[in-house]
Design a protein around this ligand. Sequence first.
Ligand code: ZN
Length: 300
Amino acid sequence: MQLHVVTHPQCLEHSAGFGHPERPERLTAILDRLHEPQWAGRITWHEAPEATEPQLFRVHLSGYLDFIRESSERGGARLDPDTATNRESWQAALRAAGGAAHAARLALSEQAGTFAAVRPPGHHALADRAMGFCLINNVVVAARDGLAQEGVERILIVDWDVHHGNGTQALVERDPSIRYISLHQWPHYPGTGAEQERGVGNIWNIPRPGGLLPEEYMHDLCAAIDEATDGWCPDLILVSAGFDSMSLDPLAGFTLRVEDYTVLTEKLRSCGGPVAGVLEGGYSLENLSSGVAAFLEALS
Ligand SMILES: [Zn+2]
């Protein structure tokens, strides 16, 4: 099956400062990998459009968006201890959110696997607050935009980034048309994501300590996917595709292997709807490019 990858050069220009782990080289490593000869002819490349105001206003408060845009255009700002912008960040964030929404639309229209190779990431961003390297919640922009498409009534978001997507949960936990599953290290940043946090019955949190066997993480995540999709067939599956859940990530302690993302992706493909991935974390460049390649190989 043909793959569709959405990206934009402006996503390389956002920087949170020298030495920051969420760095442009992350995206460069992925793009270099996907331009290797074995992918030639298998990927259709798409330029990420800027997210539109209606797409953004379904997720974020207008005053917050104005603040991010204005502070970025003035040269950048420190937004929390881990999150900062430069002059290019607003444009990068618009392309990241627009790219995620475009990947979701392509997945629906082509019934094919798609991936938004974009940054800054999004799953910690709240309606009115940047945090954890995230400015705009790209995956929720994509989900809400997907639900605005004709015939789309149910969206599953699977978040295998090692951190809990507190922003995603907060934004969808009262919306039964979106189900959200997150496997994450706990205790760990950002501290949310307890198993008892169930939203309106649409949230599945799987908090686990670091250092378990990969089979244990896989078993529990697969069980949650089974439960969330039992009698509930999603029209679209979005993956908050963070690869900091892999062994030896510098920011976390999970132990997933590259082949685990193949198994997970094949499992999601068997759930019904087309699959669109949106890049989140992952701070080992080798892990990141290998994880994305395994994900796309399984999608094809
Ligand atoms: Zn993460």
